[in-house]
Design a protein around this ligand. Structure first.
Ligand SMILES: [Fe+2]
Length: 199
């Protein structure tokens, strides 16, 4: 995903560049953790799982319309991270059943990371694209209605919504939460942070 963004030259602001650096590091850590857990739980071999993950083809055509510019990418990611955050939170029972508190603690950390990612993406939009806040709703409408089933998932890393946790209601709640978050006015500190920095 990050690679695709740089190929398409989509990262335009330093705020977004900083966001993606932190995001990619976190997501790699998450993937590693999930694979270790799968290995423990499902008795799969770690190398095998990585191989299968790497072998997945990446077809970004399904999300092409959200890869137009940095703004639409940030809206997509803000929404996606909100959805995964809530989906992980809904998985708590499963992790609790694995027999060690460490699983639940790990899940809590991952869930918190996803919430931070969503908010950080929202903050890039608030800081850089305040003149385009009015477009966020339309993009979110498209995202919510284009939620594909598993057979359509192109290995894009985002919008891989399948499984019963991703209900219409949950997606609608995420839609509403993002709209609310992007509409929050910048605080004086946030505004000063930008204008006070040499460009
Ligand atoms: Fe994520």
């Amino acid at each position: 995903m990050k690679n695709e963004l740089s190929v398409r030259n989509l990262i335009a602001t330093e705020e977004a560049a900083a966001f993606f650096d932190a995001w990619a590091t976190d997501e790699e850590r998450h993937a590693e953790g999930f694979i270790q857990i799968m290995e423990l739980v499902a008795d799969g071999c770690e190398e095998d799982l990585w191989e299968r993950l790497d072998a997945r083809s990446h077809n970004f055509s399904a999300i092409n319309e959200y890869l137009k510019d940095e703004f639409s990418v940030m809206v997509m990611i803000a929404f996606d991270e909100m959805c995964t955050c809530r989906a992980y939170a809904a998985d708590k029972g499963f992790y609790a059943g694995l027999g060690s508190d460490r699983f639940v603690r790990w899940l809590r950390e991952v869930t918190a990371d996803e919430a931070v990612h969503s908010m950080n993406a929202v903050n890039v939009i608030r800081a850089r694209y305040s003149d385009r806040i009015g477009e966020v709703g339309t993009i979110l409408d498209g995202l919510t209605s284009s939620v594909a089933d598993e057979s359509d998932y192109g290995g894009t890393f985002v919008l891989d919504y399948f499984g019963e946790k991703y209900t219409k209601e949950m997606l609608a709640n995420c839609h509403a939460a993002i709209l609310k978050n992007v509409a929050k006015p910048l605080t004086t500190a946030e505004r000063d942070g930008r204008s006070g920095r040499p460009s």
